[in-house]
Design a protein around this ligand. Structure first.
Ligand code: NAP
Ligand code: MG
Length: 499
């Protein structure tokens, strides 16, 4: 094993230049009120779980509990589906698109009004830096509701030549990495299309969705249109298996996605799966190197690497590989890992001890396989679940780090000599969620983009999201699209012969 330590002479002299720190700028948590015990939300009411079971959610930056969350049993799931069916038949499907749109616009505006509260709560429960929850997650949550509110009365024009109708009751299951954003990606198009919802958040991050419920109530959303069943994997299994669900929308790991696909196979349920990734950045020698370094940093260290489309593989054209790696090291030396509520923090806490252990195990595997390991010499918090950002250089395609999704701030670097080799290496993965191309030459960007098997391709930027743009993957990264006009399709039945 070769280990490149950051204390080489050249890096040391460059580091001294950054030998200062910002004064802490902590976001106050006073705006957030967390109930000690949180119930299920079924048919417009807060209800206790039928088996009386609760589990704890923690703040991963401190390791301390924040609250107790109700665990929904199969019976609770059934009650939630019944409430959603009743609301679908009696209320929601009877409204016009314009009326549904009005509710969604109201929800979007209330999200904006309570944006700070939502951002602080998300950061406390998830561990992501406040500057991300405040500037990225919550604005995008509101943007999704605004965007799909606009579609609600225009569905007849969404698919030319087709008459559309809602699918009915949808079961939705979301992960912990973007808790409220994933909820918005699911709830907004479902409601715009006239469906009702039963949604399960991830076990470790239920709180922001429970706060969104308060907003739905404030917006006057009719009872049963959105039902929230908190719980673990078993609650999710019960939801997927429920006979009266017309569609399942899942975002999470490829392994659980496979299980869900098996359960749904042979039924009439529609299914969309948004799964994992091992996305590549391709840096050509003519790229603007400083911007590309920043893009790579953003691509893998943003949100602690807890991003399905994280740029976790870096392919460097050989002629610029050394200079690029040196610049990357210098930039990593400036990253601040720490209290997610501090506005200066770049990298917050890993969401749970389980996830942190998974990341550490994969780092050990990478070290044992013999790639060059680098981690910056930066201060780390002494409590909570934190991972230093790091990379492995000179990884071959056979290494675990080139193939397996780490879902943490860990980058795998390799080189290429020709464009064909770059394309072949980028596509050499069972996934196909995203890719980043860095080159000043537009024709090269277009040529490479058309050869990459990835759902989203960014050029000279990374991790840019917009509700008008569809998102989704190839192969083991999933089925179907969310976002944009395409994001309406899974929530609509179609019939030939419309306007
Ligand atoms: P996960 O373990 O698959 O969990 C996702 C959700 O499924 C959670 O709510 C989970 O509940 C629930 N669940 C677990 N087992 C289930 C089962 N057997 N049946 C039904 N539901 C079940 O994924 P994760 O580790 O939380 O999330 C990270 C993964 O999500 C990564 O692979 C990432 O790439 C992917 N992701 C993809 C996208 C995308 O758009 N493509 C976006 C974000 C994340 P518990 O939390 O209680 O276990
Ligand atoms: Mg938590």
């Amino acid at each position: 094993m070769q280990t490149t330590k950051e204390n080489s002479k050249s890096t040391d002299s460059q580091n001294t230049k950054f030998n200062f720190d910002y004064a802490p700028a902590l976001e106050s948590t006073d705006i957030v009120q967390i109930k000690d015990r949180n119930l299920l939300f079924i048919d417009g009411k807060w209800v206790a779980p039928s088996q009386g079971k609760y589990f704890k959610t923690i703040n991963p930056a401190t390791g301390l509990p924040l609250a107790e969350i109700a665990e929904a049993s199969t019976k609770d799931v059934d009650n939630a589906v019944k409430a959603a069916r009743k609301a679908y038949t009696k209320t929601w499907s009877k409204l016009t698109g314009a009326e549904r749109g009005r509710y969604l616009f109201r929800i979007a505006r209330l999200i904006q009004e309570r944006a700070r509260e939502l951002a602080v709560l998300e950061t406390m429960d998830n561990g992501k830096p406040i500057k991300e929850s405040r500037d990225i997650d919550i604005p995008l949550v509101a943007a999704h509701f605004f965007y799909y509110a606009g579609w609600a009365d225009k569905l007849d024009y969404a698919i030319p030549g087709q008459k559309v109708s809602p699918v009915g009751v949808v079961g939705q299951i979301i992960p912990w990495n973007f808790p409220l954003l994933m909820a918005a990606w699911k709830i907004a198009p479902a409601l715009a299309c006239g469906n009702t919802v039963v949604i399960k958040p991830a076990e470790t991050t239920s709180l922001s969705l429970l706060l969104l419920v308060q907003i739905l109530q404030e917006a006057g959303l009719p009872d049963g249109v959105v039902n929230v069943i908190t719980g673990a994997g078993e609650t999710g299994t019960a939801l997927v298996a429920h006979a009266d669900i017309n569609k399942v929308a899942f975002t999470g790991s490829t392994d659980v996605g496979r299980l869900i696909a098996k359960t749904v196979a042979g039924t009439n349920k529609k299914l969309t799966l948004e799964l994992g990734g091992k996305s590549a950045h391709i840096i050509f020698e003519d790229a603007a190197i400083e911007q590309a370094v920043e893009g790579v940093i953003n691509g893998i260290f943003f949100n602690q690497g807890h991003v399905c489309c994280a740029g976790s593989r870096l392919l460097l054209e050989e002629s610029v590989s050394e200079i690029f790696v040196e610049k990357l090291k210098i930039r990593m030396q400036q990253l601040r890992v720490g209290n997610p509520l501090d506005k200066n923090t770049d990298i917050g806490a890993i969401n749970s001890s389980t996830e942190l252990e998974k990341i550490k195990k994969l780092i050990t595997t990478g070290q044992n396989e013999g790639a060059e390991f680098f981690e910056p010499n930066i201060e780390m918090p002494d409590k909570g679940y934190f991972q230093k950002p790091c990379f492995f250089n000179r990884v071959s395609s056979a290494f675990t780090l080139s193939r397996v999704e780490v879902f943490g701030p860990v980058l795998a670097i390799s080189t290429f000599r020709t464009t064909q080799e770059a394309i072949a290496k980028a596509n050499d993965t069972p996934y196909g969620l995203a890719a980043g191309i860095w080159s000043e030459k537009g024709s090269k960007v277009h040529k490479v983009a058309s050869s990459l098997k990835a759902g989203v391709i960014w050029a000279n930027t990374y991790n840019k999201f917009d509700p008008t743009s569809p998102f989704g993957g190839y192969n083991e990264s999933g089925w179907g699209r969310e976002g944009g006009r395409h994001g309406l399709f899974p929530y609509l039945n179609t019939k030939q012969g419309a306007k």
